[in-house]
Write a protein that binds this ligand. Sequence first.
Ligand SMILES: NC(=O)c1ccc[n+]([C@@H]2O[C@H](COP(=O)([O-])OP(=O)(O)OC[C@H]3O[C@@H](n4cnc5c(N)ncnc54)[C@H](O)[C@@H]3O)[C@@H](O)[C@H]2O)c1
Length: 616
Amino acid sequence: MSEQLKMYRLSTTPFTELTLPEGYSYSNYRNESDKLAWVECCKDGLVADDADASVFDKRESAKPHINLEKDVFFLDYNGEHIGTCTAVHHTDNNEGELHMVGMKTEFRGKGLGKYLNNIAVKKLLADGADYIVLTTDEWRLGAVKSYLSSGFQPVKYDIGMVTRWEYTLTALGVDECVMLNDDRSVFGTIHRRNRAKDDKIIRLGVLGAGRGRTMMEYCKHGKNAKIVAVCDFYEPALKDIRKSFGEDIALYPDFDEFIKHDMDGVVLANYANAHAPFAIKCMENGKDVLSEVLPVQTLKEAVELTECVEKTGRTYAYAENYCYMPAPREMRRMYKDGLLGEFEYGEGEYMHNCEPGWHRYTRGLPEHWRNTMYSTYYCTHSIGPIIHISGLRPVSVTGFETPCNDRMKRMGAKAGHTGMEIITLENGAIVKSIHGVGCSKCSIWYSMYGSKGMAESSREFADIGGVRHLHAEYDDTDVASEDMTHHKIDCDPKDELSEAAGDSGHGGSDFYTSYYFAQRLLGERNAEIIEIYEALNMFLPGLFAYRSILAGNNSMEIPDFRDKAQRDKYRNDTACTDPETAGDMLIPSYSKGDPEIPEESYKIMQEKYKKHLENK
Ligand SMILES: NC(=O)c1ccc[n+]([C@@H]2O[C@H](COP(=O)([O-])OP(=O)(O)OC[C@H]3O[C@@H](n4cnc5c(N)ncnc54)[C@H](O)[C@@H]3O)[C@@H](O)[C@H]2O)c1
């Protein structure tokens, strides 16, 4: 869940006391009888519809720093309390805090909010506060507008805030405003998006016309996004796009021209080891990013990407679609609802015999990323869902890899056919993740044990739906007894969103990455995107697992990239299998040294790819 919007009003911002319209007056909290009136003012937004006076005690009376008679205000109309706000002065840091600003429903939309803000600001200025802070939500548009006109300014204190504020300005029809940093220095002027107030369609560009077609297919039916431009330097791919998606999409062979196109966000579906430099260019050019797997190639890129997301305030979403497959989605819901208890052990598998399609995936190029990646690189399909379900950070990993088998050599892939990560999470839970492209059979499978029960997807070959099907068994308590009730689930989980996802690719999961990305840009704060820190929590175990393999399966610590001090150590770490990026930190793609791949293998792949193009 993302943080709320935050606003500051500096004491240096000019203040004008407003005169109340006829019939209106202010009062302060006096006695018990005001509690219910306060609750009535806060209903329909701030407190539940059936709230009673005890809510006032929880939210206000119980807080030691609040002086009810001084800090809780009412706006009155003909003697009736119709609005309220609380203005607290924290003397320890000289901060003013404005909260619980509520208005009875029938008095909303009349421009009365500014009087509540005005009385609170007047009080806190008189108290001598250096600044006033409040938090709010994108959907409280009337309130946000009123705060802006009362001198409050947006604060860039969490990732994605610039994007969120730009769309809030758009929805308000406000052209621009000055945004502050969390330390109250000026971040800069931010502007509304180039669109009408009520335009609810995000304009996307796509880099990479292979997998990128998935997001384009989404936009054919999705109601919240449309594709306006596509970039690919491979001519036949662009021609295919023209044929399948018509004349309305601008096509670019060159990224530097493409990025100038008027669009809100870019889907990065270019090479899996080249996402970070493009993500950074996009964000620095004011575009939000939906990045295909994987997020980065090196730790240096991980530092640069993280700091770009933090610095620009843009939205970065990681398209790890496997998190949204039906069984993992339901497992997440069950886990968040507490049905499975505390997470203790989990497994994720993404075993994919890619031999039949390898000529299409690599075009027979010996240096294609799929041929040069190490065994534990492509790890987020297996690790991602477990991280997303548990919400826990990986802290250490031990890696293993199988040999580079004959299948890999026939494909031209220079790595062990399967990689494995044994990961310890921050609460001590263990995750086993395996994934490979050169195994004999395919398996996408997730399981997790909590302190109260376990849940897993069905096995692909069991022919009952694979990741569309869920089995679970859990108890009401984690203390087992002979007569306890066990809850059993055996179902194909469905809800409104999965109905909308229908049979979109990868077990319906391809729908969600695009859908949530567009929803987030449109102001849905809790749209379930995977942000940069979570993306790295899914990726870093694979990177460090390979270091573990190269070091004889020693356990490796995984840094927390939220912490600048921890990531500092990796600022110049370019170790990877791509010579251009690695420089003098080049590592082999196979732990036992680069395997001998017969030249013939690539020739066969190129021939097959040629035939594939001819038969299209
Ligand atoms: N999430 C999933 O289920 C899933 C499935 C398949 C692929 N992917 C990911 O999608 C991405 C693309 O994979 P793919 O299967 O399309 O194969 P790919 O990586 O071979 O294709 C990438 C496409 O991008 C183009 N491209 C690369 N660099 C470019 C640049 N600088 N300028 C313009 N065009 C450029 C290439 O010509 C190619 O058409 C990869 O990151 C891959 O990991 C994800």
